[in-house]
Design a protein around this ligand. Sequence first.
Ligand code: ADP
Length: 683
Amino acid sequence: MQKGNIGVTTENIFPVIKKFLYSDHEIFLREIVSNAVDATQKLRTLASKGELKEEAGDLTVHVSINKDAGTLTVSDRGIGMTEEEIDKYINQIAFSGANDFLDKYKKDANAIIGHFGLGFYSAFMVSKKVEIVTKSWQPDAKAVKWSCDGSPEFSIEDADKQDRGTDIIMYIDDDSKDFLEENKISDLLKKYCHFLPIAVAFGKKKEWKDGKQVETEEDNIINDTTPIWTKKPSELKDEDYKKFYRDLYPMSDEPLFWIHLNVDYPFNLTGVLYFPKVKSNFDLQKNKIQLYCNQVFVTDSVEGIVPDFLTLLHGVIDSPDIPLNVSRSYLQSDSNVKKISTYISKKVADRLQQIFKTDRKDFEEKWDDIKIFIHYGMLSEEDFYDKANKFALLKDTEGKAYTYEEYQTLIKDNQTDKDGNLVYLYAQNKDKQYSYIDSAQAKGYNVLLLNGELDTAMVNMLERKFEKSRFASVDSDVIDRLIVKEDEKKEELAESKKDILKSLFQTQMPKMEKMEFNVDAQAMGESAAPVVITQSEYMRRMKEMSRIQQGMGFYGEMPDMLNVVLNTDHKLVKDVLTEGENATAEALKPILGEIAGLTARRDAINQQNKDKKWDEIPQESKDDLSNTEKQITEQQEKKTAIIADYAKDNKIVHQLIDLALLQNGLLTGEALNKFVRRSIELI
Ligand code: ADP
């Protein structure tokens, strides 16, 4: 028996390993099992070259638990190691690796934790003692046993082992006893070893017999050695992709599309990405893509490796060219990783374009489900936008879908305003905005339905991208002003009449929290509605953006400002005005006389001082002016009070206001009740 000291300068490496890798203890299993797989693959290579003198035989790697002995063992029938090799690979190399580990740790702990580079010694994270019993494939090799209890001392002695290969026997620490639980190991094998290229067995297959689970003779193989991403797309059917998806995400609905990635130059990358069917945007989850390195699971956090918008996809990526033992920030600046990211993004765009071209119907049907991904991509990546604007769709309120180009052609003739701007009309809710959509369609306009989470952001972007174009919500103005065709002269009401009309309604608008109404009067034609409520496009968008963007909370706090537009061409509105004027004429007469006198006086003072600077105006004159203005205000208030007093009992005014509110879903509770009662009375 030979004893030796492990050539390490650090007093004791193992406590360090344990402490700093605390959160990721479980990866030891991946390290040990993938070493076994590596050794087995090397043996296969030797056998295929005819260098192996014996039969390769069954090459399954076995993982087993012995609760009595407190051991977890990983056994392979790979190339094994001679005593010299143990000395070289375990005693020397691995420990220089551990030194590297310490060096690296000083710089960036995250860089090492959870990634490769620790290898065999990670077994000490969970073991108080580790034994290697191994016999090399070489003819006449002697079996040896290496043993180390976590101190920098190891022993090596002859062993009694007939079979070629290696057993790694881990004596599990008292504080890591859960690694002796069958369920725990089974879960870890599923997580880290699910797609290793050599069969891995854990116990025996179980069977239901007489209401009990009993073990069979058959090995329980926990992995799929040839997952679909290792196969050629031409060998696979749709069902194979769907089945693989079900295996990965048993709880998810069937995927919408998938993309098979397969490159070997200038970097090596394989994988399958799926567009998931999301039931709501709350379902969207990052970190559903698994990253593998030669079929060994590495991580399910792929940020920095795939473009941000694609982290919402599902699936697997396998690449030996992604550096694993580096930090995320380094990763993002790595040129290979950048190329990979660009490649994936391009591949996704090409595939979507292809589906669009070959099966537009299918693409249109799935559009509502995939648009969130496409919009996210277009918003975040210029290159993706340039490709996607050929197949991204716009859907109108009738459900018809158009490409950007098709839609432009459709609306060009009828929806260009007098300044040559193309106006895209849109609604966000087909039912709530029904009357606005209806009046737009009556004009022969087409209305888009933009109700997606990212549509407001898209609208802002498309306005920048499209030339001479503007998007307007159907209810952002009265129909004639949405797309102004020419400066037509309409017969407008006299200012004084308009004033009274506006007051009749403004004084009767309900008080609502976070809601302000601004009444205006306009000639909109006899057949248009008597009262229309609109909301400025600018305010709406700012409010929308404040919901999804940080730092815009200010807009969210602002009250909704709604315009209430009275149609001066409508008979009901005309009647209200005539009756209102008549009923208040007598009371208003002296006040209007006063106002006329005061206004004339104010204008005279202003006229007098019009060429003077502020400090050249005599104080007297200034006082006179402010006094006059105060009196005007007082008289105007009186006027408003008289009109309000009359209007408060005018059923038509209230009925018209309520109808407009009702059409916008703003009439609820007591107000709605009053409206119903008044309606019955009026019938
Ligand atoms: P790495 O696998 O990254 O090289 P490890 O510390 O995991 O580092 O292993 C060091 C070396 O020990 C391996 O390169 C291999 O030569 C040898 N080794 C480890 N496990 C086995 C095994 N099961 N069979 C044969 N050789 C092994």
